[in-house]
Design a protein around this ligand. Structure first.
Ligand SMILES: [Zn+2]
Length: 215
């Protein structure tokens, strides 16, 4: 096959441009996959397309389609977690009746099961305060959450959820709870409140889950 031969997507038949072919929009066995089909795949950034057969790619897209359809037609948020007291920062939408959740920050339409969360934490990054900078976070209500050492300020706060093996093959979600640019004390306070809410929710969800499964 020459460099300038026309390449077509093995899944939908669309032509894969020369650029696409060169950028590596290829699967195993010398087959190609167009950018549109690739976007339909599951939200797993670590997918190794080059090692994937056409059948495996088709199977992934089928799972992804079904998951999104399920989300669009059946998901009804009964509970929303947001760090939005001072900024519009939705974090998670939860459907307690079905035991599902979505990443509300990304609004990507993927549905995950709450029972697939095996661990989670608030991951906080701090930096030294500038000369004369005042900082008076009140983290007393949040003994389970990370402390901010004195002389430091929180510059990033993310909720991290690690997932058990799931149909989407996603092993971790990372949801930012404060704006990336110049977060204020109020932003941080709001992020902690949101994380605490989620911690409490998960605790009661798991207790109820144990009762449901009779353990
Ligand atoms: Zn295609």
């Amino acid at each position: 096959m020459g460099l300038f031969d026309k390449k077509t997507c093995a899944l939908c038949g669309a032509s894969v441009g020369l650029l696409g072919g060169m950028l590596g929009e290829n699967l195993a066995d010398g087959a190609y996959m167009c950018g549109d089909c690739r976007k339909k795949c599951i939200p797993n950034e670590n997918l190794d397309f080059k090692a994937m057969t056409v059948d495996a790619a088709k199977a992934l897209i089928a799972v992804a389609d079904a998951n999104r359809k399920k989300g669009a037609s059946e998901f009804h948020a009964t509970r929303q977690f947001s760090s939005g007291m001072y900024a519009d920062m939705p974090a998670l939408d939860v459907d307690e009746d079905r035991g599902w959740f979505m990443n509300a920050a990304k609004k990507d339409g993927w549905v995950y099961a709450l029972d697939d969360i095996y661990t989670f934490c608030l991951d906080v990054t701090t930096a030294p305060l500038a000369e004369g900078e005042n900082y008076s976070l009140n983290l007393y209500p949040y003994p389970q959450l990370p402390v901010c050492p004195s002389g430091q300020k929180v510059i990033d706060a993310r909720l991290k959820l690690w997932l058990l093996d799931n149909e989407l093959g996603v092993d971790m979600l990372e949801i930012s709870l404060i704006p990336a640019f110049a977060p204020s004390e109020e932003h941080v306070q709001s992020a902690y409140a949101c994380a605490q809410d989620f911690y409490s929710f998960m605790k009661s969800w798991r207790m109820a889950q144990k009762q449901r499964s009779g353990r």
